[in-house]
Design a binder for this molecule. Structure first.
Ligand SMILES: C[S@@+](CC[C@H](N)C(=O)[O-])C[C@H]1O[C@@H](n2cnc3c(N)ncnc32)[C@H](O)[C@@H]1O
Length: 163
């Protein structure tokens, strides 16, 4: 599942990984993002295996009911788009909780946070608190960032459901 398909790079990666018999769900609240992603999928001939949803990821449990192996949350704003339209801590945490409910054992949720843009710092704090509060018997939560990057550089969290 791609919780924020944006320009479609992550959706395309997931479509490659699942292969011809797999299934990907891709969410975004912006028509432009759905259009960009749809175009990339058409070009690569992978339209059939991806369900594009013009919907907030906080509604993901309404759209997806089967267990999934991986979920990507690439947070923030649409590159090249309106920088005022950003993911928000409340809806992001709601969506992350729903994503964990759908995860298969050993399945993963990858979350990239962007503390460098306005609003991104609050979201980083929320994601960091949320992932740190997960029961370690059920989920393993990691944080990884580049140590020689500028302050505010993006970094990522990986949550894996225990076997
Ligand atoms: C950093 S971009 C994603 C980049 C994308 N994964 C790619 O490969 O190009 C973040 C995206 O999150 C979307 N977004 C913001 N709030 C959202 C929400 N509640 N549900 C789903 N997508 C949302 C934005 O519209 C934007 O396109």
């Amino acid at each position: 599942m791609d919780a924020t398909c944006g320009n479609g790079h992550d959706t395309l990666l997931l479509a490659d990984v699942v292969g011809p018999t797999g299934k990907v769900w891709a969410f975004d609240i912006q028509e432009e993002a759905i259009r960009q992603t749809g175009q990339k999928l058409e070009k690569s001939g992978q339209t059939e295996r991806v369900k594009l949803l013009l919907a907030g990821h906080e509604t993901l449990s309404e759209h997806v009911s089967i267990p999934v192996k991986a979920v990507i949350f690439n947070l923030g704003y649409l590159p090249g788009g309106d920088r005022g339209i950003i993911t928000k801590p409340e809806t992001t945490i709601t969506a992350l909780q729903q994503a964990l409910q759908l995860l298969l054992p050993t399945g993963v949720v990858a979350i990239t946070v962007y503390p460098g843009h306005p609003g991104g710092d609050n979201e980083e704090t929320a994601v960091s608190r949320w992932s740190g509060s997960l029961d370690q018997r059920l989920f393993h939560a990691w944080r990884m960032g580049q140590v020689n990057a500028m302050p505010g550089a993006p970094y990522f969290f990986l949550i894996q459901k225990a076997a």
